[in-house]
Ligand binder design. Sequence first.
Ligand code: ADP
Ligand code: MG
Ligand code: MG
Length: 946
Amino acid sequence: MPSRLITSIILQTLETNVRFAQNLTDFVAGVQNIHKAEARRETERATSAAGNVGAAQDPGKFVFRFGGGTADGSAGMRELLGGKGANLAEMCNLGLPVPPGFTITTDVCSAFYAHGRNFPEGLETQVKGALAFIGKTVGAKFGDAENPLLVSVRSGARASMPGMMDTVLNLGLNDATVEALSVKSGDRRFAYDSYRRFIQMYSDVVLGVPHHVFEDILENYKKLQGFERDTDMSAADWQTVIGKYKDAVETELGQAFPQDIHQQLWGAIGAVFSSWNTPRAATYRRLQNIPDEWGTAVNVQAMVFGNLGTTSATGVAFTRNPSTGENQLYGEFLVNAQGEDVVAGIRTPQNITEAARIAAGSDEPSLEALMPDTFAEFRAVCNRLEAHYRDMQDIEFTIQEGKLWLLQTRSGKRTLPASLKIGVEMAEAGVISREEAVARIDPLQLDQLLHPTIDPDAEKTVIAVGLAASPGAACGEIVFDPDEAAKLKSEGRTVILVRSETSPDDINGMDAAAGILTSRGGMTSHAAVVARGWGRPCISGASSVRIDYAKGEMTAGGHTLKAGDIITIDGSTGEVILGEAKVRQPEVTGDFAKLMGWADGMRRMKIRANAETPRDAAQAREFGAEGIGLCRTEHMFFEGERIVAMREMIMAGDEAGRRTALAKILPMQRQDFVELFEIMAGFPVTIRLLDPPLHEFLPHDDAEIAEMAVATGIDAGKLKARVAQLTESNPMLGHRGCRLAITYPEIAEMQARAIFEAAIETGAKTGQTVALEIMVPLVAMKTELDILRDRIVKVANDVAAEKGVRPQYQIGTMIELPRAALQAGKIAETAEFFSFGTNDLTQTAFGLSRDDAASFLGQYTAKGVLKHDPFVTLDQEGVGELVAIAAERGRSTRPKIKLGICGEHGGDPASIAFCEGLGLDYVSCSPYRVPVARLAAAQATLSARK
Ligand code: ADP
Ligand code: MG
Ligand code: MG
């Protein structure tokens, strides 16, 4: 085991230890010793505040039973029962084989935290009753010396948090009941195997004894005996090991392993509630935007045993392939195993179906071949569950001596291609509506398909092949340590995280990595599940990759690679490629195109792109953009000879000199517009006049200045002086935007001329031209716009007179200053459209420079001062209010004024929904975001309709 992992486990368990030392007795005593009335009031408050299903229930009902064909709960009660509990209840209601159990509600979790981690009054009695119910249903009794009931204690939050919360299995075992279990099952080895698993899990999860302590004991014992596998261990061997385990617990804690099964139970319940607040759970919530207040439910359920010999097994299955979406049962299982064995990546699991086994080229028999009857029953259950939930299900099951038991079902996490395929197929089969299919896709996930994939024809050196666990190509530096990955990412580097396997402690580093490669684990390993959920390319189980953490290197296919070396991983094929592989641009085709077509039919707002180069414009059209919402013209001054003319203009002493230089730029700029207009023919194009401060066009260091002096023949000293003169300490608020055009109107005139002439030229050439929108940036006052409007109109008249064709156009402004938003009513007397420049509007509303914000904005979001980075998701409360005010005042002057947004927020689904609420006409975003915006806008229309 890598030392870092050990350290983190120790740290984590140390923390648990502290928590536990102070709470071990509390957990147990807490039941009797609570703030009774207070806890009750609190729970009542929490329940009624929930204002949902909970409110309809008796506020004193903390425990919901399921089993024996009925349940107190149902699928609709996930807020109160958590996803797992609600679905266990639902499966019982459907008459499916579920081991009986009960769910302690999320309200109890809230009350637990509100009262210093104490349980509310009445809980103990209800739990006792529910335990008796389980016992009666299965014909056993908790703690019974002949027929002991064993249970699992499982967490279950509202939103699924795979691997984040802790589960304890085989609870109820002690020195006496293990003997009873041995006699009852007739399998002594099984009984002691279960007991050692329990001690290990309970000690780790509840008592905070690091699990490597147990691993070391077991490894040493096996080595001493010459055993290779756990299956070599006999009952007597396990008994010896259990003795050592118990000694270790006593050494670690100064207290014996609890033999009192009630103490075990309450300890486990408290630990599940407490696990809601472990750092790894908190990190997962932060990454997934799950509110901290939700809390978790606790499920206590009769154990069924997948480790009861060769006719027993445990497994995980998806009703459709979670990677491709193919309508085929897909899953993995292990014979004679328990619980997390399948997903832990310790043994490589077997395929459930024959088809999958053959496809994987595996020699290990499938469940279909091994237990045909149980498999047939399982397949039928899968079909039933999918039809019932009308969605692909992720199902956990156990087979005990040939009998099937269901332990969990939920909507399965899937890749985006799978989401699209499943959505389209279910809608076409009439299982769900097209609106539902559209609503189910996370727009942000589309990002995955909008990025390059490896060109299948490209030359590449494949050094290893693993499982194609999560599709997409990623290329970056090898990094072996998750913390290092996070650090490098923050420095702007692109990394591939390479691990033998991942654990929930690694998620920070996994989040930072562009791709993940593991040498162990299956399709349902931690790495695979998390990566798929995040749409991160991932290869798991690339067993030919050897990783040496100590040396900081990996070997594969005869190559030795160090941390920092470049590899490419293709999560769609499982190929690990040496160096940087040639990649291909994405396209919108197949299911993706079909679903986007449906979405287009549902949305109200138009989607435009922020684009200025022909290449971006063409890409935007390909992704379905309906025009350009922001064409920044400054780039047109930078390329090739233009920068020379531009600098000449800046250095000119008078207007005549400037006009001479601008005349050189005019034909080039016109040609740029011609190309753009041809691509966007028939669509609107909003062109922003020159915006940045002029010093951006000048050289900055001495070498560059010297070079420029040679090129222009201007004295270097004079150049330096001019640079110094133009330098601004906060250029974002300086001489830029329309302020440039007010002081140097000839720049705006040249641009207007280039635009009009280009429009007439394309019109003559193609018979069709764009709907021109000339946009004046950084307007604070109506007068600014008036002055520039007059200039632009005059150029239009001149061009019309010269060419004999009158250009069609509108003149509008960007609303990016708070003053402009407030004065929008007046500005709209002149402006024919507003485009909300929400990047600058955010800066100016917050008084916060985007370029300087990085140093402290992270702290703001971490400390909860801000919920989101306001440059990513529009600050609806403040900046949004300015937008709303401007929209309203603008419309009151000019009812049909065209309104759009062109900041980064134009590609952010939450901000898009906000724009829908204000009834904006369009959003404009970067070309690669266009499909995201199309889908998000459709969803915004759908939910606004509700
Ligand atoms: P997670 O939320 O991490 O998936 P679970 O509560 O589902 O955790 O538990 C993990 C695994 O433990 C299950 O998939 C199942 O294999 C096993 N398990 C849980 N409860 C039982 C039980 N009552 N009988 C047998 N196995 C169980
Ligand atoms: Mg589970
Ligand atoms: Mg701006």
